[in-house]
Design a protein around this ligand. Sequence first.
Ligand code: RP5
Length: 161
Amino acid sequence: MKYLKVGIIMGSQSDWSIMKESAIILEELRIPHEKKIISAHRTPDRLWKYGEAAIESGIAVIIAGAGGAAHLPGMMASKTQIPVIGVPIPTKALSGLDSLYSILQMPKGYPVATMAIGSPGASNAALLATSILALNDSEVAKRLMEWREALSRSIEETPKE
Ligand code: RP5
């Protein structure tokens, strides 16, 4: 089975305003992807089924966003050996520190690549997923290099008054 796409999963509809930043980057880089709401607590059977079918579905990397008691990325990492990138969603109560610690503190054996809290983390998750795909796809590697070069070009050398 050739690994073809990135799976973007999130614990709630309310996470989409952040997780759409992952989708925007993947669209810019023309990386096939899908998006699903999967909650570790509210839809555990959905989580299990997604993890079980992920390799057969051609998913290469999973980006998982969750907030609060953010168990989704870690539980997905326990169910599949596909790389899981975790995005801590900002929360009202603790500003996303709860999400960050929850996703970050995995026990030895089940890694989650944890990004920054919020939108920058969601964007970087997509870029990291693309870097993983680029290892085996020179066209993807070229598109990623061009994307990075365009970003560099967009940065002014001198600050405006
Ligand atoms: C988590 O609980 C979700 O990932 C979300 O960030 C948070 C709040 O969910 P809602 O109450 O907005 O559905 O499972």
